[in-house]
Design a protein around this ligand. Structure first.
Ligand SMILES: [Zn+2]
Ligand SMILES: [Zn+2]
Length: 241
């Protein structure tokens, strides 16, 4: 065996040490995680009470455990089919950068950052027995090369030890929802989903990356409930305020 060259060995060792640290995806600071500690602390989790549609109540009314959660004006006028929804974070800077990079620019490296954030997410409703991603249309999936909602659901499924069932399919590619009014969104989405799996008597947790108005989740949960699901709840990574 050739003698070890101490100088070369030291160089290799140093390089290995340095490679354990990667630049933070948000600020570039080298550290051991995809998002550094400083940037994580900028992300304020949604911790106030949320309406059934996921909107937080800034001044949460005092409630006992037996009270049903209060509803916002829109949910009182038109209650959603799903029982409840929760968001991990408000959709704002710098989380929006991570999600947009992942979703629209295909930066799969951002998935590692999202995975890091999900480690702290608790399963909000233990009665849920399966996760169902909100699907994108096959054409958009083909354009992007992946389905970010499904990937997110799979990360959560591993984290919570729940099966992921892609029960829903898009009947048609709905135009981008961004920049549309609420009624335009609703018209866009009417009967957009089809349930293709047996979900009878199942308690479904729908998974979405960003919930904007909740119109998509309403339509998706309608398809699941029409197919016989016992209940639908919604989990999203971020909620537009
Ligand atoms: Zn950082
Ligand atoms: Zn509401």
């Amino acid at each position: 065996m050739a003698p070890v060259n101490l100088e070369t060995a030291t160089k290799v060792y140093r390089r290995l040490k340095i490679d354990q640290f990667m630049p933070c995806l948000l600020c570039g600071f080298r550290n051991a995680n995809p998002v550094c500690h400083g940037c994580v602390s900028l992300l304020q989790p949604m911790n106030s009470r949320q309406c059934r549609c996921g909107l937080p109540f800034s001044a949460a009314p005092a409630l006992t455990d037996t009270d049903s959660p209060p509803l916002c004006g829109r949910c009182i006028r038109r209650p959603p089919g799903f029982v409840a929804s929760t968001a991990l974070y408000p959709y704002q800077f710098p989380l929006d950068m991570l999600i947009q990079g992942f979703k629209y620019q295909g930066k799969l490296v951002n998935e590692r950052a999202l995975q890091q954030l999900l480690l702290h997410a608790e399963l909000p409703w233990p009665e849920c027995d399966l996760l169902c991603p909100l699907p994108v249309h096959w054409f958009r999936r083909w354009q992007r090369g992946f389905d970010q909602g499904e990937r997110l659901a799979r990360l959560l499924g591993q984290h919570w030890h729940l099966p992921v069932v892609t029960a829903l399919a898009r009947r048609r590619a709905t135009p981008h929802q961004q920049g549309l009014t609420r009624s335009q969104r609703q018209r866009n989405l009417r009967r957009a989903f089809q349930c293709q799996t047996d979900v009878r008597q199942r308690h479904v947790l729908l998974v979405d990356d960003v919930m904007t108005t909740g119109s998509t989740a309403r339509e998706a949960s309608r398809a699941l409930l029409d197919a016989g699901a016992a209940s639908v709840r919604v989990w999203c990574l971020a909620r537009t305020l």
